[in-house]
Design a protein around this ligand. Structure first.
Ligand code: HDE
Length: 682
């Protein structure tokens, strides 16, 4: 019925509201609704006697607790999510029947889960890894899941290899070491012996694998999908999410330190920014290739280890997503959400990409064990916002009470309903692709070039990005104990670039390769993060300040930073308040014991008139580290002395202008520039 399918921005929130419970101010009950009179002392035979089985409240409480955990996801176990909406910019009817891509005034509710891949649920956020970027669109035609990653390609070409790949990158099975890391023998052994991994390993060794924030990374559908329009005409399509804040990364040393300082760095960043109203925004882009152009490229467009260079197939921006609401309950929503690339709506269809085909099996299968049965679609977060009518019945934890006798098709007792809908009524009709061929277990020759795009990626990097990749290879292979594996990796990546391989080989005790190299000269500027959007918005600044600061100057600068959308946080000797020489006060957010420079994007050194030697020592370390991580540093008042003493004066990104308003503007510009790679590290 038309009105049942009338979805708006609030539809999911309204649906979830039916399930929310606020226990605050209420009397304690058992799960049977019985009010409980005692919750601290179990029932005993005598005050020092044994606990009695009869204590049903104790038994229920303990039993529930004993069963609180469910299996974590076999990959993407650690993640965080938020609600929001999606809105298309222009009607995409020409390409797709998908209704949520038609009406620009319509907002479709979404739920997005970001994740790391390899680590366990409790592992750190900032490890070197691919990031998941899974979006559930609660559309008027049912749920559509775009289960994406922050890299546009994948490690393998055929899903049958996925268990092998994941076994190799997960902790090694004898001692379960290392956690959330690719820097170990089995992964690199897999890489060298499955060379289709070459291109993705270049991405994994690049800065893309250590994002600054979930809000500052791309999302890619990876596979080639199909758009199908009303007339049944199809186009190949790849999906992209592009963050409005640009694509930014940590530096490796920083990423490792954050993993200890704040393992929740990315989820905290997402949560805090949504709480403050800094809603993350991503634009949806599509690359479209006509069916008749399928074979026009020097790679196979069904091969998930290949991207479509944006200079050859431009990304058309078609809509935006805004994440504007945090979850109420991490388990109920983030842990229980179940994505599946097979959740499509009319107008979006699959291709023969063998990686995608395998995924279509895996996701439901994994939810069955993870969520304990076939009714996980009834969990509040997974329910579509349109009604479900079918003849599926029963199973563990069934909540729907289907009425009537008929649970089969075809029938006469219920007028042969629920009835399949025609395409005109919104029924999904599989794309009628013509398929022919022999039944074989083989790979098309068109999938066999593993190195051209790996070299394309390398060629597209700026010198500093190349250096980071070299450093990553040195680090990762430096952790590989097997000399033979290190040798095999050098031999393999010699096919990508001799410049790269020569730069890391000696570091890992292997002679630089004498042969190999690539004659690919093409590059794709779109692949370099140096060409991304750079804005100061939502960047954080550590303000190191003590009593007796110059009120006018500091208040002006803090005001200017905030007006530019920057988030200053006050760090001083003790929590509480500090007072300027003119008597104004500032609330202290942190001490140097609770935070470190790696947790901030920039540092503003003010100091003040009274500083203890201990504070001085700690701030010196703080600023030194920020400097070495190429971060913008501003200094006024007594803060300037520090900069001079440490030898940072005059270095790129170190702002010390005397005039307050000039200082504020130059510091904001430096924050927008993000990092100063041309700095002389002292
Ligand atoms: Fe996944 N993947 N995957 N994957 N994937 C899972 O499903 C799988 C792949 C991705 O936040 C699992 O519910 C196979 C590519 C994300 O809940 C599992 C293959 C891409 C998430 C699974 C791939 C992804 C998953 C584990 C190769 C980017 C997290 C838990 C054929 C396009 C979703 C689960 C969330 C999760 C299987 C490859 C993205 C086991 C077999 C390529 C973002 O079903």
């Amino acid at each position: 019925m038309a009105d049942e399918r009338n979805v708006n921005e609030n539809s999911k929130d309204e649906q979830l509201e039916q399930f929310r419970v606020d226990d605050k101010g209420k009397k304690l009950t058992t799960n049977q609704g019985l009010r409980v009179s005692e919750d601290e002392f179990s029932l005993k035979a005598g005050v020092r006697g044994p606990t009695l089985m009869e204590d049903f409240h104790f038994r229920e409480k303990m039993t529930h607790f004993d069963h609180e955990r469910i299996p974590e996801r076999v990959v993407h176990a650690r993640g965080f999510a938020a609600h929001g909406y999606f809105q298309v910019y222009e009607n995409m009817q020409q390409f797709t029947r998908a209704k949520f891509l038609h009406n620009p005034s319509k907002k479709t509710p979404v739920f997005v889960r970001f994740s790391t891949v390899v680590g366990s649920r409790g592992s750190a956020d900032t490890v070197r890894d691919v990031r998941g970027f899974a979006t559930k669109f609660y559309t008027e035609e049912g749920n559509y899941d775009l289960v994406a990653n922050n890299m546009p390609i994948f490690f393998i070409q055929d899903a049958i290899k996925f268990p092998d790949f994941v076994h190799s990158i997960k902790p090694e099975p004898d001692n379960e070491i290392p956690q959330a890391s690719s820097a170990h023998d089995t992964l690199w052994d897999f890489v060298a012996n499955n060379q289709e991994t070459a291109h993705m390993m270049m991405w994994l060794m690049s800065d893309r694998a250590i994002p600054r924030s979930f809000r500052m990374m791309d999302g890619f559908g990876v596979h080639t999908f199909r758009f199908v329009n009303e007339a049944g005409k199809a186009h190949f399509v790849k999906f992209h999410w592009k963050p409005k804040l640009g694509v930014h990364s940590l530096v490796w040393d920083e990423a490792q330190k954050i993993a200890g300082e704040d393992p929740d760095f990315h989820r905290r960043d997402l949560w805090n920014n949504i709480e403050k109203g800094n809603y993350p925004e991503f634009e949806l882009g599509v690359q479209i290739i006509k069916e008749e152009d399928e074979f026009m490229f020097d790679f196979d467009i069904l091969d998930a280890t290949k991207l479509w260079p944006e200079e050859d197939v431009p990304v058309q921006i078609i809509g935006k997503m805004v994440l504007n609401r945090n979850v109420d309950n991490a388990f109920a929503e983030i842990e229980q959400v179940a994505f599946h690339p097979g959740n499509v709506v009319p107008g979006i269809d699959f291709t023969n990409d063998p990686l995608l085909q395998g995924r279509l099996f895996s996701y439901i299968d994994t939810q069955l064990i993870r969520l304990g049965g076939p009714n996980f679609h009834e969990l509040p977060i997974n329910r579509p916002v349109v009604p479900i009518h079918n003849n599926q019945r029963d199973g563990y934890h069934r909540q729907t009470i289907n009425i009537g006798k008929v649970s089969y098709h075809r029938n006469s007792l219920a007028g042969n309903t629920p009835a399949p809908a025609s395409p005109a009524e919104g029924g999904f009709e599989h794309y009628q692709e013509k398929v022919e061929g022999r039944v074989v277990q083989a790979r098309s020759d068109s999938f066999k070039d593993h190195f051209t795009q790996a070299t394309l990626f390398w060629n597209s990097m700026t010198p500093i990005e190349k250096q980071h990749i070299i450093d990553a290879f040195r680090f990762e292979l430096g952790k590989v104990k097997s000399m033979s594996v290190r040798q095999q990796v050098v031999d393999m990546f010699a096919h990508v670039s001799l410049e790269l391989t020569t730069a890391f080989a000696e570091h890992i005790g292997i002679a630089p390769p004498q042969s190999g190299g690539s004659n690919v000269t093409k590059s794709s500027p779109a692949l370099s993060q140096e060409n991304t959007i750079k804005v100061p918005n939502t960047r954080t600044v550590a303000v190191i300040i003590t009593n007796g600061y110059d009120d006018n100057e500091v208040n002006y600068v803090l005001g200017a930073l905030k007006s530019a959308g920057i988030q200053p946080e006050i760090i001083s000797e003790n929590l509480g308040e500090i007072m300027g020489a003119g008597g104004t006060r500032l609330k202290v957010d942190h001490t140097l014991l609770t935070v470190d420079s790696v947790l901030f994007d920039a540092v503003y050194m003010v100091k003040g008139s009274s500083v203890s030697p201990k504070f001085n020592k700690k701030s010196a370390y703080f600023i030194d580290q920020a400097f070495n991580h190429y971060k913008p540093i501003g200094a006024t008042g007594e803060g300037k002395e520090w900069i001079i003493v440490n030898g940072f004066e005059g270095q790129p990104g170190v702002v010390m202008s005397d005039n307050t308003s000039d200082f504020a503007q130059e510091f904001i510009d430096a924050i927008a520039a993000i990092r100063f790679w041309d700095r002389q590290i002292v």
